[in-house]
Design a protein around this ligand. Structure first.
Ligand SMILES: [Zn+2]
Length: 171
């Protein structure tokens, strides 16, 4: 899997509009303008996502599927570290906010930063829910509920397939 977490922010030579759809690797140079970098990640085509992600991850991150409950490999992960977006490597949740909700999906009572996650009203399946997405790459993460523990009372219910895990260096 291509890792974006180690990328230096880069800017696009041409206006973002002009390069939309031709992929993230063409016509770029280094600069210190992170928003251009974000714009490029967002411009990845469906074909590129298909190539980067394994088929199960693709279904969840790009197709908003939900993995079966109690199947995720990070569900019972108790290690200290940071949970990142499986699509782009953005750091999303801390192990300190992870708890066992009994739902069958990794659950967090808060995100590392609210501005890393997009909340979208979701009326599918006859339910009123809030979908959560990675703001950087638009990858589907899961849903946000208000039945979590204090201090927030929120439950970020996230597919294990949408996440990667970076273990904290304890050396
Ligand atoms: Zn992402």
């Amino acid at each position: 899997m291509t890792s974006f977490s180690s990328w230096t922010p880069i800017a696009i030579w041409a206006p973002a509009k002009a390069v939309s759809g031709i992929g993230p690797y063409l016509g770029v140079r280094r600069s210190n303008t992170p928003q251009f970098f974000y714009a490029m990640v967002m411009n990845r085509t469906d074909e590129e996502w298909k190539r980067q992600l394994d088929p199960q991850q693709y279904k969840v991150l790009r197709g908003k599927a939900t993995e079966p409950a109690f199947t995720g490999k990070l569900l019972h992960n108790k290690e200290k570290g940071v949970y990142v977006c499986a699509g782009c490597g953005t750091e999303l949740f801390s192990s300190d906010a992870k708890y066992d909700s009994g739902s069958g999906w990794p659950s967090f009572w808060t995100a590392l930063a609210k501005d890393k996650i997009t909340e979208i009203p979701d009326h599918t399946l006859g339910m009123e829910r809030i979908e959560i997405k990675c703001k950087n790459c638009g990858g589907h993460l899961g849903h946000l509920f208000d039945d979590g523990p204090q201090p927030t009372g929120m439950r970020y219910c996230v597919n294990s397939l949408s996440l990667g895990f970076k273990k904290k260096d304890t050396k």
